[in-house]
Design a protein around this ligand. Structure first.
Ligand SMILES: *Cc1c(COP(=O)(O)O)cnc(C)c1O
Length: 375
C-alpha cells in the first residue's frame, strides 16, 4: 500500500530556529501572559499584514467570538452571513446570542452574494459577516457600500486570507474587523492561534479585556472577559514561521501552477475564477466537479481517491445552515448556490512541501477516475 497523502500538512520552521528561541523561555520562566514574544509578534504581524491595529488570540475562533462581542450588539440581533464556511463562523454568531441570517453565495468564487444582502436586512440587522473563503476576496467595496447605507458593522472571517492584498491594501483593512486563524493547517501557523485586525484603535483595549478576564491591575477587574491569550510558545512558533512566510507562499504558488497545468485540461472539473487586483496566498486547492447523472461525481471522485490513500476533503459540505445543530432553526432563506457548490466542491491535498511525486499521484488518480474508474 502506498503512503497516505493527507489534505494538508503544517508548515514548520527549521527545528534549530525554534529551539534556539525557546531557550530564553526556560531561563525567564515567563511562558504566557503577554510576554515579550507576544508583543513582538503583534508588532511584526501589524507590519506584515499592513494593518493599523492587531490583537493576538489563542485561536481564530475565539478571535471571531470576541470580535463580535466587542461591538456590544443587542441580544437577538441579526447578522447576515454565509453558510458556505467552516462551522466556526456560524458558531461564533450563535454563541454570542445573535441570529445568523444566511445569505446565498456566488458559485464563481464561493463568497457571499453581495446582490442578495440588501433583501435580507431588517430592523434587527446589526452586521454583515462574510468569509474570504479559500482566500477568494469578497466584494468588499459593495459590502461596505451596503453597510454604510444601513449603518451596519462589517466583520470579515479572514481565516483563509493571511497575507492577501486587495487593491494594494492588506485584506485586514477592509470592514470594521477581520479575523485571521493561525491554526496548524493554515498558510501561517502558531500551532494554534489567531488575530483580530481593526481600524478603530479603541478596540485594542476592549479586546485585551475580553481576552484576559478584564484584568487591569493586581486588584482591578474592569470588565467581564474570557481567557483567549496566546502563549509564548505559540508566539515564538509564529515569529519563526513569519521569517519564512514569503518562501512558504512562493512554494505554494509553484505547486498551485503545477496542479493548474494538469487539472485545467479536464473538462468536467473547474477551478474558481481569478479575481482582479488580488495578491493571493495559495491557501487551498479547491476543485469543482460537475456531477453527471451517468458519469463522474464529486462523491465518486472523493471515494476513488480514498481507495488510493489520497485524502481530499469536502470543504465545505454540508453548508453550516444544514448542519444538525442549525437545521431549520433560522430563517429559511434561498441558498441554492451554496448547496449546489457544496455538492461539487473538493479540496485536494496541498501544502508548502507537497512533493511533485505526491501531486502526480493525485493528478493520476483524478485522470483515472474521470476516464475509467467511475463506480
Ligand atoms: C480555521 C477557521 C476558523 C477557526 O480558526 P481556528 O484558529 O481553528 O479557531 C474560522 N473560520 C474559518 C473559515 C476557518 O477556516
Amino acid at each position: 500500500m502506498e503512503d497516505k497523502i493527507l489534505v494538508t500538512r503544517p508548515s514548520m520552521p527549521p527545528f534549530e530556529e525554534y529551539v534556539n528561541e525557546i531557550k530564553s523561555l526556560w531561563d525567564s520562566h515567563w511562558i504566557t501572559n503577554m510576554g515579550t514574544y507576544h508583543q513582538q509578534l503583534e508588532e511584526k504581524l501589524k507590519n506584515y499584514l499592513e494593518v493599523p491595529s492587531l490583537s493576538l488570540m489563542v485561536n481564530g475562533h475565539m478571535g471571531l467570538e470576541l470580535a463580535i462581542q466587542a461591538f456590544d450588539f443587542p441580544e437577538g440581533s441579526e447578522i447576515i452571513t454565509t453558510p458556505f464556511t467552516f462551522i466556526s463562523t456560524t458558531h461564533a454568531i450563535v454563541r454570542n446570542r445573535l441570529k445568523p441570517v444566511f445569505c446565498d453565495i456566488k458559485q464563481s468564487d464561493g463568497t457571499i452574494d453581495e446582490t442578495k444582502i440588501e433583501d435580507l436586512i431588517t430592523e434587527n440587522t446589526v452586521a454583515i459577516l462574510p468569509v474570504h473563503v479559500y482566500g477568494n476576496v469578497c466584494n468588499v467595496d459593495e459590502i461596505q457600500r451596503i453597510a454604510d447605507k444601513y449603518n451596519l458593522k462589517v466583520i470579515y472571517d479572514a481565516a483563509h486570507a493571511f497575507g492577501i492584498k486587495y487593491n494594494g491594501k492588506g485584506i485586514g483593512n477592509y470592514g470594521d474587523a477581520s479575523i485571521f486563524s493561525f491554526h496548524a493547517t493554515k498558510v501561517f501557523n502558531t500551532i494554534e492561534g489567531g488575530a483580530v485586525t481593526f481600524s478603530d484603535v479603541k478596540l485594542y483595549d476592549k479586546l485585551y479585556n475580553l481576552k484576559n478576564f478584564g484584568i487591569r491591575g493586581e486588584e482591578l477587574v474592569v470588565s467581564i472577559g474570557a481567557n483567549a491569550k496566546m502563549n509564548e510558545f505559540s508566539a515564538i512558533m509564529g515569529l519563526c514561521n513569519l521569517k519564512h512566510i514569503d518562501e512558504t507562499i512562493k512554494a505554494r504558488e509553484k505547486r498551485c501552477s503545477y496542479y493548474n497545468e494538469k487539472i485545467s485540461e479536464l473538462k468536467d472539473i473547474h477551478l474558481f475564477n481569478k479575481i482582479d487586483n488580488v495578491v493571493t496566498n495559495y491557501a487551498y486547492y479547491p476543485i469543482i466537479v460537475d456531477n453527471k447523472t451517468d458519469g463522474i461525481s464529486r462523491d465518486g471522485l472523493y471515494k476513488y481517491l480514498r481507495s488510493k490513500e489520497i485524502y481530499s476533503r469536502k470543504y465545505f459540505y454540508p453548508i453550516t445552515a444544514d448542519q444538525a445543530c442549525f437545521k431549520n432553526k433560522y430563517r429559511n432563506n434561498q441558498l441554492d448556490n451554496a448547496r449546489e457548490l457544496s455538492d461539487k466542491i473538493l479540496v485536494l491535498p496541498f501544502y508548502e512541501d507537497i512533493q511533485k511525486s505526491e501531486m502526480d499521484r493525485v493528478i493520476d488518480g483524478i485522470y483515472e477516475y474521470v476516464n475509467i474508474g467511475r463506480d
